[in-house]
Design a protein around this ligand. Structure first.
Ligand code: SF4
Length: 412
């Protein structure tokens, strides 16, 4: 199990406390001051100033569980792949790409009722809540997730009865919809009664065949599965209920780095796998986190070993405040080529770009054109539009001198 006793504030914390989701939630760290209280004399020099300024610029609030804080190598905190995902620091942030926006997928324009995204004919995304156990710097839903920041006023997506009812009525009426993703926000944040009510109602709609529960929880708070019996039993009961109806019910989780998989994860997965709950993983390709063949292959193999199926790797979305975490499309293409064939095909994830402005997910190899000098790739997405061309833009820092000067010119 994880050696969290190396963190000064928690050196006397018992393993029964650390393994409890309530203790983890109560001791989560939200700002530089709280982090300093946890690290005490081990606080790296300059850390307070770096984080305070980083948070002023970020569109996402910060929150990290003690579990995550314990996974960070504080002697090398600047380069640590866990720290980079959750704690912004000023000196590494890059100016946003001129084409970056707060809602890069254009979800709000594809939302027929608040908190429901209906873009593909047979699929819908139900944003039940706007809160998460942690907040990722690169979140694609910076327009709504978490609380307001210095730079963003968020759209409210709280799990109110009226909003939930309105989404369920919409799903009932649209008989083309077979597949519903319950997301947000994070389903770890839903009370078991709410989770059960929402999913049971959806399972009882005849045309809905598949439900996926989106949660990053397994990667950031795995002790919820082992210690929050109400939540875990709700998931297992829903999976049983779906199986009796010959429908699918699964969890979609979000691991990005091998360090996120520990003994706590293994214990959580033992419970879910032995109860027949299918778990798939969606990673985001992130610079200086998992943008190498070795790290990605190790992650995939470790996930496979604990019966989490690697499903997608997303190229980073063109959201604001996380440009230093994006890679070029070429990096994704190169890693995919390198790892394909190095383990069973069903455990090799599909590398996709979720196209800006609602073009949907496309295989990274399926571009129509790719101007590497200016970093502009074009894609078609016939399921969304037969005529439209969608563009993905590489980070400007990856471009040649000529490419950089092109963007300096057009950005004015
Ligand atoms: S857990 Fe998901 S929804 Fe929440 S901040 Fe991270 S990416 Fe966004």
């Amino acid at each position: 199990m994880l050696n969290y006793n190396g963190i000064p504030r928690w050196k006397n914390v018992k393993s029964t406390e650390f393994s409890n989701h309530i203790w983890q939630e109560a001791n989560s760290v939200r700002n530089a001051h709280q982090l300093q209280e946890v690290l005490l004399d081990s606080t790296p020099p300059n850390m307070l100033k770096e984080i305070n300024k980083g948070l002023e610029l970020a569109p996402m609030v910060s929150r990290a569980t003690p579990y995550l804080i314990s996974l960070i190598d504080w002697d090398n905190w600047i380069n640590d792949p866990i720290r980079r995902q959750f704690i912004p620091i000023e000196s590494e942030m890059e100016p946003d790409h001129p084409m970056s926006v707060l809602d890069p997928m254009g979800e709000q324009k594809d939302s027929p009722t608040p908190g429901l995204v209906h873009r593909y004919p047979d699929k819908a995304l139900f944003l039940v809540t706007h809160v998460c156990p942690v907040y990722c710097r690169y979140c694609t839903r910076g327009y709504a997730i978490g609380t307001d920041t210095d730079t963003v006023s968020k759209q409210s997506l709280g799990p109110t009865r009226a909003r939930i009812e309105s989404v369920i009525r919409y799903l009932e009426k649209n008989s083309d919809i077979e597949d519903v993703v319950i997301s947000g926000g994070d389903a770890f944040r839903l009370q078991p009664e709410v989770l059960t009510k929402v999913c049971s109602e959806l399972l009882n709609i005849p045309h809905i065949r598949r439900i996926r529960i989106a949660t990053k929880g397994l990667a950031v708070l795995p002790m919820k599965i082992t210690s929050d019996h109400g939540w875990t039993n709700a998931i297992i009961d829903l999976a049983d209920q779906a199986r009796r109806l010959l429908k699918q019910f699964s969890i979609q989780t979000h691991f990005n780095h091998p360090k996120e998989i520990t003994g706590y994860t293994t214990e959580a997965m033992k419970i879910l796998f032995s109860a027949g709950v299918q778990v798939r993983n969606q990673s985001v390709l992130l610079r200086r986190v998992n943008d190498s063949d070795e790290v990605m292959l190790t992650l995939i193999k470790m996930l496979s070993d604990i019966n989490i199926q690697p499903y997608y790797v997303y190229v980073g979305d063109m959201t604001r405040g996380a440009e230093d975490l994006r890679t070029s499309l070429d990096v994704a293409i190169s890693i995919e080529k390198s790892i394909r064939g190095r383990t069973a095909g069903y455990n090799i994830p599909t590398f996709v770009v979720d196209l800006p402005e609602g073009g949907g997910k496309r295989d990274v190899h399926s571009y129509e054109s790719y101007d590497r000098e200016r970093g502009i790739a074009t894609f078609k997405s016939p399921v969304i539009s037969n005529s439209r061309e969608y563009r993905y833009y590489d980070p400007i820092s990856y471009l040649s001198k000529q490419g950089k000067s092109y963007w300096n010119f057009t950005a004015k």
